[in-house]
Write a protein that binds this ligand. Structure first.
Ligand SMILES: *Cc1c(COP(=O)(O)O)cnc(C)c1O
Length: 391
């Protein structure tokens, strides 16, 4: 049976039809579109999808169908994927460290005209390779303070505040339309991180001679994992709007954001199968070297068990869960509560699996989770789930 791109009413029908012994991503195109529309309707500017989060063609297509036309890319492959998939979509090269060959091809072949730098050597590299002609835009990335994001990015990227005004002036002098950008870190728990970064933007602008044409507030918008209640998206957007109103931007300055996780996390669940049970330990066909790598950061996913025939027990057991590889560290870093009579051949579905799952998967030990179907069913979220038990 040609599984690829198959469509089913719900996950149950996927099991009935395929009885899959391999992991299956169950995409929810309707949910991806809902998240895209929420951003497009509430964010006061351009919404760029950070393609690294999940570059699967069905995911990109759903976001495009919902109206996303701008994409945050960080490699020539990502640039090419966007430009070759959608004739009227733009790829923005938002990595502050780029290979010369990548700059040249992105510019000459794919007509990229938005770039990011965080150091004068990178600016010089871009001037050497392509120059600033034809309305090229260059944003200077600012280092942000830590507000407890699950993945901090400012240790690696972003110019220290005191260097930013000088860099901005150099960018303008080189002939680019100047802009500023930041990223508060992924799964950022508080709108205060964006407020603080935008206040820094205000301070930089007081010191710089350049007027910015673009302000990019990055990604980092959080989603709800088990036991990790986060403020709703509107709180973040309101904080951004309020803070932007307090700084001195030119009237036609374009705001941009680059969500990854918040656009796609809820748009897929992952169906795995139990290969063996030993006492309270389950061996699954997917794990932290493959689709579940972010579980290593402690993210707890909503889960649901399925059995082909017969009912599962209402009693629960806390299980240790191993992935399929020969490595003993291929294990979820917490126990997961599932029906007490779960056994070989039953399925475990993990929700909130659209973000940083397939895109971070290795091919270790010959396991390749690469089957995708779409379903009409509602997403598997912590909200429609009994979350009180601390597994
Ligand atoms: C990873 C990344 C994003 C997306 O971040 P999320 O936390 O998934 O929203 C956006 N912009 C840049 C520059 C990134 O590196």
């Amino acid at each position: 049976m040609a599984v690829k791109d198959s469509h089913f009413p719900d996950v149950r029908s996927v099991i009935d039809a395929l009885k899959p012994g391999y992991p299956v991503f169950c995409l929810r195109p309707h949910e991806l579109k809902r998240c895209a529309k929420l951003f497009l309707d509430t964010f006061p500017g351009r919404v760029l999808y950070a393609i690294k989060c999940n570059p699967h063609p069905m995911v990109l297509q759903a976001l495009y169908d919902a109206g996303i036309r701008h994409f945050d890319t960080a490699s020539l492959t990502e640039v090419a994927t966007i430009r070759e998939s959608f004739a009227d979509a733009d790829a923005y090269f938002m990595h502050p460290v780029k290979a010369r060959a990548a700059i040249m091809s992105a510019h000459d072949v794919y007509r990229v005209d938005h770039w990011v730098i965080d150091h004068e050597s990178e600016l010089q590299k871009m001037v050497d390779v392509t120059g600033a002609g034809d309305g090229q835009v260059c944003l200077v990335r600012i280092r942000t303070k830590s507000f407890g994001a699950a993945f901090e990015l400012s240790d690696k990227f972003g110019a220290p505040t005191q260097q930013v005004a000088g860099l901005l002036d150099q960018v303008a002098k080189a002939g680019y339309q100047p802009g500023l950008a930041f990223h508060v870190g992924s799964q950022c728990p508080t709108p205060e991180a964006y407020r603080d970064a935008i206040r820094t933007v205000g301070k930089v602008l007081e010191k710089s001679d350049a007027d910015i044409h673009y302000l990019d507030v990055g990604g980092g918008f959080p989603v709800h994992y088990l036991g990790d209640e986060v403020p709703p998206l509107e709180t973040f957007i309101d904080a951004i709007k309020d803070s932007v109103a307090e700084i001195n931007l030119r009237g036609d300055c374009v705001l941009m954001c680059e969500p990854g996780r918040a656009l796609v996390a809820s748009g897929a669940s992952l169906l795995t199968q139990v290969q063996l049970r030993k006492e309270d330990t389950l061996y699954l066909n997917d794990g932290v070297y493959h689709s579940l790598s972010e579980a290593k950061a402690g993210f707890r996913l909503p889960v649901r068990a399925h059995r082909l025939e017969g009912k599962l027990s209402d009693e629960m057991t806390a299980y240790t869960i191993f992935g399929p590889t020969c490595d003993s560290t291929d294990v979820l870093p917490y126990k997961v509560e599932l029906p007490a009579d779960l056994d070989e051949g039953d399925w475990i579905e993990f929700g909130q699996m659209g973000a940083y799952s397939n895109s971070m998967s290795t091919k270790f030990n010959g396991f390749y989770p690469e089957t995708y179907v779409s379903v009409d069913e509602a997403p598997l979220l912590p909200d429609n789930f009994d979350i009180e038990r601390d597994v």
